[in-house]
Design a protein around this ligand. Structure first.
Ligand code: NAP
Length: 297
């Protein structure tokens, strides 16, 4: 039995579908507030709970051999802090997994997770990784680049903004480089990691085949939906006070200073280990954005 946490998320949904196609017995760990309908029907067991709740996590892990942990947050909202979700949540999973003698954990993390990262987001991701690395349980940690595909948080968000307004303010002019990977390629890498018996306890960078500047990726998105976009540079020093105000006064600010800091840094890597260890053959961004057709006028 494979337990997928974060199963209603963008990556989790694709992964659950793929695991079902491979006929794995799959259990999804959902919050009481999660929309189970997003999993698209039968074939998956459901365990209810929150990663912060040890009893619920223990119950969900009962009888499980492999865990794919896909819970993560980009914005701190509703009492969910990076420390609670990326560190304590992972600790809860590892504690329960150890007690239940789970054979393998696959943790989805992010490119740039490191102890001295500029953002708490990336530092807490590293702390979560460390808990898994020191768990004594066989594990694979996948550090993902930005992920795209139908219903993603990246290409769809920019497509909706561009349709509304072609003038796009970008911190640092969108010069930072990204290396987007398609969600189906991520799902393939995870399934590969689940099935493999060849390597153990690896942390692997997983990204698309080409590094592009954020502004060029946005131009490509605009091209696919038949719009023009005119990105212009906003200095981080100017953006941060406005965003700080939004974070303070809006109940749900759509952006945070952490996100600005993250977007100002390159998030690229060498994918040769992912090719060797996970059989990754990433599809190019430009050839895999048909999901954006819905945004064309
Ligand atoms: N998408 C990307 O571009 C990207 C890039 C790099 C790394 N990653 C990492 O990959 C993982 C999956 O990303 P994603 O894009 O699929 O994220 P997502 O769409 O935001 O989904 C997050 C999932 O976590 C669940 N969740 C949140 N808080 C929870 C809690 N306290 N207890 C239990 N479940 C909780 C959510 O449940 P609800 O349905 O109830 O909200 C949802 O299923 C994350 O760790 C993310 O950081 C993603």
């Amino acid at each position: 039995m494979i337990l997928v946490t974060g199963a209603t998320g963008f990556i989790g949904r694709t992964l659950v579908r793929r695991l079902r196609e491979h006929r794995f017995k799959t259990r999804a760990f959902l919050r009481p507030t999660s929309d189970a309908a997003r999993l698209g029907g039968a074939g998956v067991e459901i365990a209810w709970g929150d990663v912060r709740d040890p009893a619920a996590v223990r119950a969900a892990i009962d009888g499980v051999t492999t865990i794919v942990h896909c819970v993560g947050i980009l914005l701190e909202r509703h009492g969910q802090t990076f420390e609670l979700i990326h560190v304590l949540g992972v600790q809860r999973i590892v504690d329960a997994a150890r007690a239940a003698r789970v054979k393998r954990i696959i943790l989805l993390s992010v490119l740039g997770a490191r102890p001295d990262a500029r953002t708490r987001f990336a530092r807490t991701r590293f702390a979560g990784e460390e808990i898994v690395r020191n768990s004594g349980i066989d594990h694979t940690i996948l550090r993902l680049a930005v992920v795209f595909g139908a219903e993603d948080h990246f290409t769809n968000r920019f497509a909706s903004i561009i349709r509304w307004n072609p003038l796009l303010p970008l911190v640092g002019g969108g010069r930072a480089r990204i290396q987007p990977i398609h969600v189906d390629d991520v799902a393939s890498a995870v399934v590969y990691a689940v099935l493999q018996d060849r390597f153990h306890n690896e942390t692997i960078d997983v990204a698309g085949g080409e590094a592009v500047r954020l502004r060029d990726a946005i131009r490509a998105i605009a091209g696919v939906i038949g719009e023009h976009v005119r990105p212009f540079a906003v200095p981080s020093a100017a953006a941060r006070p406005a965003i700080a105000l939004a974070e303070t006064f809006l109940p749900e600010s759509p952006i945070s200073r952490e996100m600005v800091d993250l977007a100002s840094e390159d998030a690229v890597c060498d994918v040769s280990r992912a090719r060797d260890l996970l059989g990754l053959e990433p599809r190019p961004l430009n050839a895999a954005m048909e999901h954006l057709a819905a945004w064309r006028r």
